[in-house]
Write a protein that binds this ligand. Sequence first.
Ligand code: FEO
Length: 136
Amino acid sequence: MPLMTWTEKLSVGVGVLDEDHKRLVAMVNDLYEAMQAGHAKDSLGRILDELVKYTQVHFAREEKFFEQTGYPAAAPHKQEHDTLTRQVLDVQQKYMAGATATLSIDVLRFLKNWLLNHIQVNDQKYRAHLNAKGIH
Ligand code: FEO
């Protein structure tokens, strides 16, 4: 059973951003499944690396929309992105440096909540603005 599921409740009303969120959810699930299956550190490290990279791609995509449309809450949203990026990089660095021998379920739960909270709270706030600017 996957750790998390994307549902319409998570939709932010913009197709390309929903697709990004679905992909991020899938990556957290891949990491969870690989961890449960006892995959080697290299393999988990690669998935974690993809998650970090795609998170950055996604945040940049949202921020570009904010810039293009003059989103009034762009600055605090970007700050939240920067904080989340630091947190996930910290998880990755600790894991790769060997401070954490295995990815624990706590780390996976942290990543799940990190993603869900941000989509449900912060990302939902730009929906009306972007839709009003013709971005769906
Ligand atoms: Fe979908 Fe603000 O990240």
